[in-house]
Design a protein around this ligand. Structure first.
Ligand SMILES: Nc1nc2c(c(=O)[nH]1)N[C@@H](CN(C=O)c1ccc(C(=O)N[C@@H](CCC(=O)O)C(=O)O)cc1)CN2
Ligand SMILES: [Mg+2]
Length: 294
């Protein structure tokens, strides 16, 4: 079998176009421009690129975006005060703090300081907790993007066996919950899992999100599996690689995401979706139902 490519770049572009229409509607009907504020602390080169890409994507669909670069030595107290000011800013509908943060910063405390109604990353405990009942204000962007990619295959999730590798708060755990809500029998594997291949071979849907280049090889897959690679690993030669060994996995899977061009672009597109949703709520438009996953 040679897998079909789940083209995140193209699917993200389609979704951004839908967001652009919603932004236009907000402007015309409510005179409101959705606004996002991104806080970045320090000089992490990859983070700077991601933040720039987010700002460009927002501006391209007519949103207001502001990036607040702060020096690595910024104090926790200053950051908290900064977030409180953004919470109170009426032109800002979405706030995010780019991760990773410098070691002296308590990132979770910053996330908890964001108004959950503006937490467009979906990382606040109120939103992650809301995933249990299926009704968070916002879904975390990466797992929500994965759900959109799965939807694109046209393969029903209900009743399928899903395996997520990775148990982070921002990808693995919310991913598992979203798959459960969609009706998959879901296993979350992680670094303590014994015999990873035993689990992955049961998976109709496999999501790899550990940050270990080439961890999943073709022989670890069930033939015909849908394989979604969240990993973005920078190799010594400067190239990017996913957590999945694309060459061998694409011989066994039915669908597979590339790296780059798979999940990454979806993460940014879903951030736009969350921010537009927040602005729609502020304007009294929409019910939120369109972001439901189950
Ligand atoms: N506050 C947040 N911090 C981080 C998040 C997040 O969702 N919120 N996720 C990642 C970084 N990230 C967005 O912030 C992100 C990473 C990668 C991509 C992307 O499009 N990747 C490209 C490849 C880009 C490259 O060349 O390096 C791809 O996969 O095609 C988008 C967003 C951690 N921090
Ligand atoms: Mg990708």
């Amino acid at each position: 079998m040679t897998a079909r490519i789940l083209d995140g770049k193209a699917i993200a572009a389609e979704f951004r176009n839908e967001c652009a229409v919603r932004v236009q509607r907000l402007k015309e009907e409510k005179g409101l421009v959705p606004g996002i504020a991104v806080v970045i602390v320090g000089d992490d080169p990859a983070s700077k690129v991601y933040v720039r890409n987010k700002a460009q994507a927002c501006e391209a669909i007519g949103m207001h975006s502001e990036v607040h670069p702060l020096p690595a030595e910024t104090t926790q107290a200053h950051l908290l005060a900064f977030i409180h000011a953004l919470n109170a800013a009426p032109a800002i509908h979405g706030i995010l703090v780019q991760l990773p943060l410098p070691k002296h910063i308590d990132g979770q405390a910053l996330i908890e300081a964001i108004d959950p109604a503006k937490d467009v990353d979906g990382f606040h405990q109120a939103n992650l907790g809301g995933l249990i009942t299926g009704h968070p204000a916002f879904y975390p962007c990466t797992p929500w993007g994965v759900m959109k990619l799965l939807e694109h295959t046209g393969i029903p999730i209900e009743g399928k066996s899903a395996v997520v590798i990775g148990r982070s708060n921002i990808v693995g755990k919310p991913m598992g919950l979203m798959l459960v809500h969609a009706g998959a029998t879901t296993t979350i594997c992680h670094r303590k899992t014994q015999d990873l291949a035993f689990h992955t071979r049961q998976a109709d849907i496999l999501v790899a999100a550990v940050g270990k280049a080439g961890l999943v090889t073709g022989d670890m897959l069930k033939p015909g599996a849908v394989v979604v690679d969240v990993g973005i690993n920078r190799l010594a030669n400067g190239k990017l690689a996913g957590d999945v060994d694309f060459e061998t996995a694409s011989q066994v899977a039915s669908w597979i995401t590339p790296v780059p061009g798979g999940v990454g672009p979806m993460t940014i597109a879903m951030l736009l979706g969350n921010t537009v949703k927040s602005a729609e709520r502020a304007a009294g438009l929409g019910t939120g139902a369109e972001t439901r996953i189950a």
